[in-house]
Design a binder for this molecule. Structure first.
Ligand code: C2E
Ligand code: CA
Ligand code: CA
Ligand code: CA
Length: 279
């Protein structure tokens, strides 16, 4: 029953209606994939609207498995969070991003920052900061190259420990972004308390921005509020030139979305970058 399943992953999978057999296969295959570092990163460019330049990339994990085929992060990340496997996966992702920075630098793109999604389960580990620092040291990479994206769920408690970690990340040189803004929790107090650089407006607001006046009003208000708090705004899920023009008019700083590019593997990314002005 639901009650019995509440503490295990069974609750989660009951909700998702994923059958038991798939869960067992998923568990076995994820563990193997961790062992073999079998994840790759795709990258989606982030464009500065005013300058029409690519200023950064968001790393999005991809996993193709022999038995299961392509498994979307929307499926395996929540499972990895439930089972704790997100921590080794997250470490592999950061290591791969460090390696990809070396590739980018080799072809002349040394100023692009990479945004990494950090799950709240990983963030809340007591040794989170140490684990990240250890990887950067091992890969000989500086935090200046990275942005960290956390969701509202990660910061909603506004407790001292969360503040301490965010401040420390800033001191190390990371830029900080709040992901999926507007989808989570009503309290905005954390925006004032935390040293955040970017606010990413969730694609659910952007989707109907051209046709629905109330969505437009909310996005406009979010942009103004963020600027008053000295944050820059990234709109995600931008698919049309109409959305782009509206966001530009509202003073939005950066755009991500299929309008410019889907997330692509490193070789395609490098080809894509060559079509753009750089520096
Ligand atoms: P997210 O961080 O909000 O990432 C944005 C998602 O929107 C990505 O889906 C991206 O491919 C998709 N997207 C980008 N532009 C557009 C657009 O114009 N239209 C539409 N319809 N979609 C767009 P993806 O890659 O499937 O990732 C889904 C979620 O899985 C992410 O949402 C994030 O929460 C999680 N995730 C992905 N990669 C990682 C990772 O490396 N680590 C962690 N912890 N979570 C990840
Ligand atoms: Ca994200
Ligand atoms: Ca997002
Ligand atoms: Ca999302």
């Amino acid at each position: 029953s639901k009650e019995n399943g509440r503490n295990g992953f069974s609750f989660y999978f009951e909700e998702l209606n994923i059958d038991n057999e798939r869960v067992i296969t998923l568990d076995t295959e994820i563990r193997k994939a961790i062992e073999n570092r079998d994840f790759t990163l795709y990258y989606q460019p982030k464009v500065n609207i005013e300058q029409n330049k690519i200023v950064g990339l968001e790393a999005l994990v991809r996993w193709k498995n022999d038995k299961l085929g392509f498994v979307s992060p929307g499926e395996f990340i929540p499972y990895a969070e439930e089972s704790g496997l997100i921590i080794p996966i997250s470490e592999i992702i950061l290591e791969k991003a460090c390696e990809d920075l070396v590739l980018l630098r080799a072809v002349g793109y040394s100023k692009l920052t990479i945004a990494i999604n950090i799950s709240s389960i990983h963030f809340q580990q007591t040794n989170f900061l140490e684990s990240i620092q250890k990887i950067l040291e091992k890969e000989n990479t500086s935090a200046q190259n990275f942005e960290i994206e956390v969701t509202e769920r990660t910061v909603m408690n506004s407790d001292e420990e969360t503040i301490r970690k965010l401040v420390r990340l800033k001191q190390l040189g990371f830029k900080l972004a709040i992901d999926d803004f507007g989808t989570g929790y009503s309290s905005l107090s954390y925006l004032v308390r935390f040293p955040l650089d970017y606010l990413k407006i969730d694609s659910s607001f952007i989707q109907h921005i051209v046709t629905l006046d109330d969505k437009q009003a909310v996005v406009d208000a979010i942009i103004q509020m963020a600027h008053r708090l000295n944050m820059e705004v990234i709109a995600e899920g931008v698919e049309s030139v109409q959305q782009l023009n509206l966001l530009r008019k509202m003073g939005c700083d950066y755009i991500q979305g299929y309008y410019y590019s889907r997330p692509v593997p490193m070789d395609e990314l490098i080809e894509f970058l060559q079509l753009w002005e750089y520096e």
